[in-house]
Design a protein around this ligand. Structure first.
Ligand SMILES: NC(=O)c1ccc[n+]([C@@H]2O[C@H](COP(=O)([O-])OP(=O)(O)OC[C@H]3O[C@@H](n4cnc5c(N)ncnc54)[C@H](O)[C@@H]3O)[C@@H](O)[C@H]2O)c1
Length: 414
């Protein structure tokens, strides 16, 4: 499969910040949105950053779910009637597979995906029994179909014909563990699942959530290369949660409107390799040195904050599902032809000397359409130093993943 070089947008002009959309003048309205004052007025759906307008036809809530919302939230008939008419399922729709769907992330993620009008079918796969999750989810009156697949013998059928595969399969952290401590178990899980993806849906977008992302994405790339189907534009490490956390923490700290805030996060997805570029925060925001230090460390340790609070019961699941659903929705919008979709994620990259790197990208029908290098220009001294400091750790994690996959060549197609 083609692995053509990606274009890099270096001019900062791609996104003249628009205070309303948060993502540039060209951004199309999307997400669940209203222009009437009501209970939903501030909800921007799962889009990266979105304006609040009613003339949108992309939303996580379809016509059916809107009817129940209307029932719950009372009259406002004129507004709600108009809203009902606007939120129809899209003409084009896509199939999404969730591998690890019975888990803490998989279940809420499947629910959020089931709510997208861009989705015609949600395929749930797990080695644990996923039938109950599927039966439960299938009772939601949104248009997409729910199919369950349990165990390796059903994996090929789960994957055939899907457009996006999301992989949250694997073990989560317990207090005191780093993401790298998960390597031994999750490396094998990701390898096996990506082998099946290569055999059954090699053209699908692949979203890797399983940690350590800094190593599991390079493992997936090697497996796809061994299978002869690697397209670097379609393999993504999901780092959206780092952006979601950065946006939330910055908005709270600086008393900004949540839906307006957009902080690019680059590097990788573990500890110091997570580098929020606070100087690139939109809307433009001034931070003291103490605020930069405090916010950077909090964003880097956001996952650990949750692991410790859960005290042995796992890591982030709800916020992760929310972030992963946002990345799925962005991918589907790009597949659907929306030309203004930008997300940060961990991909094969030429932005630095490292072979994989998280940065903001433009998503298109064929995956990564452009890498936004403008974010790395004009960094502060603090960010420059942090960028150099993260490189050795990120490099080692990437090399660990590559070495693992090269030592254990991919299994031949079944
Ligand atoms: N990228 C991120 O930002 C981020 C954030 C949080 C968690 N995570 C990672 O996501 C992963 C899942 O976390 P969780 O909390 O959902 O864990 P969980 O234990 O609740 O669920 C994992 C699921 O994967 C399933 N599974 C295990 N091996 C499998 C296989 N070979 N095939 C299919 N399914 C398999 C399990 O049966 C389980 O249902 C962990 O690796 C965690 O570290 C990533």
């Amino acid at each position: 499969m083609a692995s053509a070089g990606l274009s890099t947008i270096s001019a900062p002009s791609f996104c003249t910040f628009n205070a309303q959309t948060g993502l540039g003048a060209k951004s199309k309205p999307s997400g669940l949105s209203f222009n009437a004052p009501n209970s939903f007025g501030a909800f921007s759906g799962l889009k990266a950053v979105s304006p609040v307008q009613i003339e949108t036809d992309t939303s996580f809530l379809g016509k059916e779910s809107n009817a129940s919302l209307q029932a719950s939230f009372g009259p406002k008939r004129g507004v709600m009637q108009r809203f009902t008419n606007q939120l129809q399922p899209r003409a084009s729709s896509f199939k999404v597979a969730v591998l690890g769907a019975a888990g803490g992330i998989g279940q809420p993620l499947a629910l959020l995906i089931k709510m997208s009008p861009l989705v015609s079918a949600v395929h749930l796969y797990d080695i644990a029994n996923v039938k109950g999750v599927a039966a439960d989810l299938s009772h939601c009156n949104t248009p997409s179909q729910v199919l369950d697949f349990t165990g390796p013998s059903e994996l090929p059928n789960c994957l055939k014909g899907v457009d996006v595969v999301v992989i949250p399969a694997g073990v989560p952290r317990k207090p005191g563990m780093t993401r790298d401590d998960l390597f031994n178990i999750n490396a094998n899980i990701v390898k096996t699942l990506v082998e099946a993806v290569a055999d059954n849906c090699p053209d699908a977008f692949i979203h890797i959530i399983s940690n350590p992302v800094n190593s599991t994405v390079p493992i997936a790339a090697e497996v796809l290369k061994q299978k002869g189907v690697y397209d670097p534009k379609k393999l993504f490490g999901v780092t959206t949660l780092d952006v979601v956390r950065a946006n939330t923490f910055v908005a709270h700290k600086k008393n900004l409107k949540l839906i307006d805030v957009d902080v690019p996060v680059i590097g990788g997805h573990a500890g110091i390799t997570i580098l929020p570029l606070l100087s690139k925060t939109r809307p433009s925001t001034a931070f003291t040195d103490e605020e930069v230090e405090e916010l950077t460390v909090r964003i880097q340790n956001g996952g650990t904050e949750v692991v410790e609070a859960k005290a042995g019961a796992g890591s982030a699941t709800l916020s992760m599902a929310y972030a992963a659903a946002r990345f799925v929705e962005s991918s589907l919008r790009a597949l659907d032809g929306d030309g203004d979709v930008y997300e940060c994620c961990f991909i094969q990259s030429e932005l630095t000397e490292l072979p994989f790197f998280a940065s903001r990208i433009k998503l298109g029908k064929n995956g990564v359409e452009a890498v936004i290098s403008a974010d790395l220009q004009g960094l502060t001294q603090y960010e420059e130093k942090a960028l150099e400091a993260l490189k050795p750790e990120l490099k080692a994690s990437i090399e660990k993943g590559v070495a693992f996959a090269q030592k254990q060549p991919a299994a031949a197609s079944a």
